[in-house]
Design a protein around this ligand. Structure first.
Ligand code: AQP
Length: 328
């Protein structure tokens, strides 16, 4: 079985975008791959986080992994900071990286644009991401467009290490999911739906209560036209809502178009809200059960202990190859 690795930052409440773009695929992958799914708290702190919120969000993301259907008996679920090998390999790989290649990262350029002071963590974050992947010698990494460049850097660092110290790291490949939809923001269809967007009306959180979901969808931006027609160029907002409908109701876009032929946006939005509410209801019920039971801590502890065996061995091997004296 090929090894797949992916992570989600606890930088806010998970959104419908995270569910459709990441969690749903994780659930499928666990049946066909050896999976490593983690809550990447060390990445979240590359921008300031409130400690209490970070703690709550980290537990919440982990519980949502399970509520979404990831089975801890099938996939490794853990918190990145519970496995110290990530940070250690991150530093070792940082020393192999060059300023120039990190400066070229478009995500760094975007996130630092117009800021007076830019955190060093944001700058070196791609080398930590490389460590996350290489510490397990993962074969495949599900990546969106914005992460492709970071995976390229990971491959470069792995090849650089192998050339300098002898073949060791697996060179990871991007994994392109069969159904990959990018869900856009409810207030601006040119931006992706993001959990850290300061406007909560821009996203549907997986844990939003039904009335909040109804309100957010009823207020979602639409064009001044009337037809419920899929055309991402001319009607990006309605097309985004149609994608959400199709994914929640398990229909094709054509079926959604036919269903709402001759109907106004208001009727479409009302029905859409009910589809989203129905889709999220079982996940929310399961989530609250998991949080109340407290079982998440034992699952995360077990997950971290299991993966640490692989990760610690990698760090030991890498240090040995680089010339460190290992404790005897
Ligand atoms: N809008 C989206 N549509 C589809 N997939 C999405 N993902 C995120 N937003 C959408 C996928 O969710 C995973 C989470 O990745 P992340 O937490 O590392 O950060 P991100 O991609 O930057 O997600 P957010 O929600 O936008 O977080 P913030 O606001 O903190 O930057 C990834 O697999 C991503 O593709």
């Amino acid at each position: 079985m090929k090894r797949v690795l992916s992570g989600i930052q606890p930088s806010g409440q998970l959104t419908l975008g995270n569910y459709i773009g990441a969690l749903q695929n994780f659930v499928k992958l666990q049946h066909t791959h050896e999976c490593y799914f983690m809550v990447v708290d060390l990445h979240a702190i590359t921008v300031p986080q409130d400690p209490a919120a970070l703690r709550e969000q980290t537990e919440s993301v982990a519980a949502l992994f399970i509520a979404a259907g990831i089975d801890p008996a099938k996939a490794n679920i853990f918190i990145q900071s519970h496995v110290s090998a990530h940070s250690e390999l991150g530093w070792l790989l940082t020393t192999l990286s060059y300023m120039g290649e990190l400066e070229r990262m478009t995500q760094f350029k975007d996130k630092s644009a117009g800021k007076d002071s830019i955190g060093t963590g944001l700058f070196v974050y791609p080398t930590l991401m490389a460590a996350d992947i290489l510490v397990y010698n993962a074969d495949l990494v599900p990546v969106g467009d914005d992460q492709k460049q970071h995976l390229e850097l990971t491959r470069d660092l792995a090849q650089r290490f192998n050339a300098r110290y002898g073949e060791y790291f697996t060179i990871p490949d991007p994994y392109i999911p069969e159904v990959g939809a990018r869900i856009m923001s409810l207030d601006d269809a040119s931006k992706k739906m993001s959990k850290s967007n300061p406007n909560p009306g821009s996203f549907i959180a997986l844990l939003d209560p039904p009335d909040v979901i109804r309100k957010k969808i009823s207020r979602a931006t639409t064009d001044s036209g009337k037809e419920v027609r899929f055309n991402p160029v001319e009607k990006p907002e309605v097309s985004n809502l149609m994608s959400i409908y199709a994914l929640c109701a398990d229909m094709t876009l054509q079926q959604v178009e036919q269903k709402f032929e001759g109907q106004m946006y208001g009727a479409f939005k009302k029905d859409l809200a009910e589809q989203v509410v129905a889709k999220l209801e079982p996940l929310q019920t399961r989530y609250h059960e998991i949080r109340q039971s407290g079982e998440i801590h034992a699952i995360l502890k077990q997950g971290a202990e299991r993966v640490a065996e692989v990760a610690d061995k990698t760090v030991r091997d890498v240090k040995e190859r680089m010339g460190f004296v290992l404790p005897r």
